[in-house]
Design a protein around this ligand. Structure first.
Ligand code: ADP
Length: 426
């Protein structure tokens, strides 16, 4: 694919410099004439001399300004641990900013770092990926944005966030490639510490919340004696709130585990039809309460599917739960299917509910995102379910997508490769 043509770049320096010079010479008294041949050569020389002096003055001012800007840029780069580089395609020259040398543990401008030396400093496990990302970007002209690790001369490991793009001529031919690398080792460490904290807190919250729900259920079951109408109403409020909290805390715990890369995927031959049926039975009271019909037609002779039952359960729970919640009361219909096809194992969850507004469709897999019509239909969502579905699916080697018509309904798809979910150690 040809790269995008360059936008025309104005050179803001040349034109104003010459214009200002000419105006100043004229106003300092030298008489301009339309016929220079008639002018005394001495006067002419004086005009030229004055012009040269003016140009020189402006050049010095310009150089000082450029030097000042360069210092500002260097300081900004040092402050943010962000270095920059440029690769000139025609000459093959690569230039690095001082901060980029420092990030790689090298003395600024000590020597020109060639591509091979650069690759030797990339963490061995990330080398092929770095080479592929940069190579693909130089071929396609698409910008790149990714993270990778490097090994410093003192053997310490750092994590960098690299971004870059190709600059092309009007015909789309690459002229140069430029990019930035930011040292995000410390930011990543803090992010990890935050995730660890969230994971710990969620884990600790689960036990007391489960106890609240358990004792609430025992009270409603009459274990501590019969409840009157008012008491039952209060206890129901408590247990319902605890159920919501348990789900929220469970989602947060799962997200932090996934983000910390601490999710184990145990793939075993599993009766997926039986699993789906048992999840749908759990959902039945809510669906019945709303007047929503759930249909599931298991694929005959599906046999056992290579999946992780817990992860599959989380995906089905979230998608089927949403389908029921976002259906209209009374005439709602939800259909679920799970099939083995040539392209892999495909789960579909279809509803005839409120649909997803067009403007919201690019955002619904984002963390905490909720479309306006969903908030109106159900004020208690968290915007974590689909984010979790996407994380689980992708971590297990699958992909997820949807089709939706606002006001008419939505269908979600989750596809795992023909050999099932990808196993993963914790
Ligand atoms: P929650 O449902 O708790 O808000 P989710 O992450 O599960 O959070 O979903 C994110 C958003 O995606 C929802 O708020 C809603 O706007 C939209 N959405 C998800 N599933 C459906 C569906 N079946 N029908 C309509 N909108 C949906």
């Amino acid at each position: 694919m040809p790269a995008k043509p360059l936008k025309s770049v104005k050179n803001p320096r040349k034109t104003p410099v010459m214009t200002t010079t000419t105006v100043e010479v004229i106003t300092t008294g030298a008489t301009p004439t339309s016929d220079l041949e008639e002018t005394d050569p001495k006067v002419l020389q004086e005009i030229i001399h004055k012009q040269q002096q003016e140009i020189q003055k402006l050049q010095h001012a310009l150089e000082a300004k450029v030097a000042e800007k360069a210092t500002d840029l260097e300081e900004a780069q040092a402050l943010t641990h962000l270095g920059s580089w440029q690769w000139d395609v025609a000459t093959g020259r690569i230039s690095w900013s001082d901060e980029l040398y420092r990030i790689y543990g090298l003395k600024p401008q000590d020597h020109e770092v060639g591509f091979e030396e650069f690759m030797s400093m990339i963490h061995p496990a990330d080398r092929a990926r770095v080479s592929n990302v940069i190579g693909a970007s130089s071929q396609t002209g698409e910008p790149f944005d990714f993270e990778h690790r490097i090994i410093l001369p003192n053997k310490k490991e750092r994590v960098l966030h690299g971004m870059g793009k190709v600059i092309t001529d009007a015909k789309g031919q690459p002229l140069r490639m430029l990019g930035t690398s930011q040292d995000i080792t410390e930011a990543n460490r803090l992010e990890r510490a935050k995730d660890e904290f969230i994971s710990l807190v969620s884990h600790q919250l689960r036990t007391p919340l489960t106890i609240i729900r358990l004792y609430g259920n025992m009270l409603t079951d009459g274990i501590a004696g019969p409840l009157d109408k008012k008491q039952r109403w209060y206890v129901n409020k408590i247990t319902n709130a605890s159920v919501r909290l348990i789900k929220l805390v469970g989602d947060i715990l799962n997200i932090s585990r996934l983000e910390l890369n601490r999710i184990k995927i145990e793939v075993k031959p599993t009766d997926a039809n039986k699993l789906i049926q048992s999840y749908l039975e759990e959902l039945a009271p809510i669906a019945n309460g709303k007047g929503v019909t759930i249909r599931f037609s298991p694929q005959a002779n599906l046999g056992l599917s290579p999946i992780d039952a817990t992860i599959f359960g989380e995906i089905v729970h979230n998608l089927a739960g949403n389908a029921v919640r976002y259906c209209h009361d009374q005439d709602g219909e939800v259909s679920i299917s799970f099939k083995k096809e040539k392209r892999g194992y495909l789960l579909t969850v279809k509803d005839n509910g409120i649909g997803i507004p067009k403007a919201a469709q690019t955002h619904i897999f984002e963390r905490f995102y909720r479309a306006g019509n969903a908030s109106n239909a159900d004020g208690e969502g968290t915007g974590l379910g689909l984010y979790l579905v996407k994380l689980f699916t992708e971590t297990a080697g699958g992909k997820t997508w949807f089709k939706s018509e606002p006001g008419k309904g939505t269908i979600f798809y989750v596809l795992f490769p023909p050999d099932g979910m990808a196993a993963k150690a914790e």
